[in-house]
Design a protein around this ligand. Structure first.
Ligand code: URA
Length: 212
């Protein structure tokens, strides 16, 4: 965990999310049940921004995208693109390591039904802004879905009108380039909205950008 960037374990900013956290600490004492810190080196040039921890995924294991289908897909794609080594395991007990890439979420705590409210997204934005500011070598951000796109733009100090979300869209902002992708959720992959080649092309574009 990067000191000063991540919220405290009992972050009180979102009453609804704090209440769910308290309930889950009671019901599932073996789970993480706290804000989920970013994963990967702070020196990375690439930051992947997801939506929020999943109930039995990051909220259980304490590592972003670990324990749900979205994570299996994301980490396999990062590996293929050369941004990860080792083997991913759904319980996080693995030797997966990110190379030049860091993964975080727009919202650090589990939201009911995977749906954070606008005010929860806004309350968590300073954490994302600090995360971005702490990454001195950052060149590219991959936003997984519309919420991550909006939270990232805002964390960077841009208005929503500065860049519209679209899968495969690339936005050159002042200091970093923002790459948009549909979220790698099970719903999007099951419906064919996001396929493996589509997702791989996003990270290929990031690689080309880093080379250029
Ligand atoms: N797990 C996460 O950590 N983030 C997501 O957006 C989805 C699953």
């Amino acid at each position: 965990m990067t000191k000063g960037v991540e919220p405290p374990a009992n972050c009180p900013l979102c009453p609804r999310l704090a209440a769910l956290r308290r309930q889950l600490r009671h019901d599932q004492p073996g789970w993480h049940n706290a804000p989920v810190a970013a994963f990967g080196p702070i020196e990375a040039r690439v930051l992947v921004v997801g939506l929020a921890p999943g109930l039995k995924g990051a909220n259980r294991t304490g590592r972003p995208f670990t324990g749900d289908d979205a994570g299996g897909f994301l980490y396999a794609t990062l590996r293929k693109a050369g941004f990860a080594t080792g083997t991913y395991a759904a319980d996080g007990d693995d030797d997966l390591a990110l190379e030049g890439c860091r993964v975080t979420n727009a919202v650090r705590c589990l939201p009911p039904g995977n749906k954070p409210t606008g005010s929860e997204i806004a309350a968590c934005r300073p954490h994302l802004a600090r995360e971005i500011a702490a990454m001195a070598d950052l060149r590219a951000i991959v936003a997984l879905g519309r919420v991550a796109h909006g939270a990232t733009l805002s964390a960077l100090g841009h208005k929503a009108s500065a860049a519209g979300f679209g899968h495969g869209a690339v936005h050159c902002l002042d200091t970093v380039t923002l790459f948009d992708s549909y979220h790698c959720s099970r719903y999007n992959t099951n419906t064919g909205r996001l396929t493996a080649p589509m997702f791989e092309r996003v990270f290929d574009a990031v690689r080309s950008h880093l080379r250029g």
